[in-house]
Unconditional design. Structure first.
Length: 260
């Protein structure tokens, strides 16, 4: 089984990650796991676009990305947020390097629908060999979800999508969504394990509601034949279940039983 874990840190939680979270990353590394981090940056991007008076709009939950918007997205993701996250890891004595998906052809993408979304990309290829080289040097890669097209054009990639693509390419043991909630709660109890089918039922019954719905839907969307489980954990108040796993909710792919 793979010893790689991919952690997706949402843009809204990056600034609020606790020192304990970074200590836990160090513990996981000592236990033999190899973390890879992919981060977002939505709130900071929105703030800078507003400051620069650059108009933007969301279509189907995706930020329509013009060249002007792309300049800001790249500046915030590869500059401010990537640098901040990498610095905090290094301050915690976790050797890390910040990279963009545009570095070393790390992430290749194509436009989802240029007329509708502009420079929003869907990942077509991951240079997993480069990530493996960093991991072999005991370096934690911190990846900003910017990708390049075959013609060199830049693409803004949804961080959830990028993290899922990286996890699949690396055949990761687990994809972990680092959020501002402890996981899925029911009657004030943390649900440690649920299937994707059970998650759908919890949404229908209203137990999962509000801002938690897109979090679990993004987690479920990452499940496929290669990636069988994802986890939702708290980055602001993180703790470990063991030396190899965070406390949180693990969502597993529903196993289909063929009736003969």
């Amino acid at each position: 089984m793979s010893d790689i874990i991919v952690l997706k840190c949402g843009g809204s939680t990056v600034d609020e990650l606790s020192s304990c979270f970074f200590e836990n990353i160090a513990t996981l590394k000592k236990a033999g796991l190899k973390p890879v981090i992919v981060h977002g940056g939505g709130p900071a991007i929105k703030e800078m676009l507003t400051k620069l008076e650059i108009e933007t709009e969301f279509i189907d939950g995706l930020r329509k990305t013009t060249e002007d918007v792309m300049d800001v997205v790249e500046m915030i993701l590869t500059g401010t947020i990537n640098n901040s996250l990498t610095k905090r890891l290094n301050d915690a004595e976790i050797k890390s390097v910040g990279i963009s998906g545009a570095d070393a052809n790390l992430l290749t993408a194509e436009a989802i629908h240029y007329e509708r979304y502009g420079l929003v990309g869907d990942i077509t290829k991951v240079n997993e060999a480069f990530i493996h080289q960093l991991l072999e040097l005991d370096i934690v890669p911190v990846i900003a979800p910017i990708a390049l097209g075959e013609d060199g054009s830049r693409f803004n990639v949804n961080a959830d999508t990028a993290a899922g693509a990286v996890a699949r390419a690396l055949n990761a043991k687990q994809l972990i969504f680092v959020t501002d909630v402890p996981g899925i709660m029911h009657q004030e109890e943390l649900l440690e394990f649920v299937t994707e089918q059970e998650v759908e039922e919890l949404i229908q019954s209203g137990i999962i509601y509000g801002g938690m719905i897109p979090k679990v839907q993004a987690a479920i969307a990452s499940l496929n034949t290669d990636l069988h489980e994802v986890a939702i954990v708290n980055g602001k108040d993180s703790s470990l279940r063991s030396n190899t796993s965070f406390v949180g909710t693990i969502i597993r792919k529903t196993v289909e039983v063929n009736q003969s």
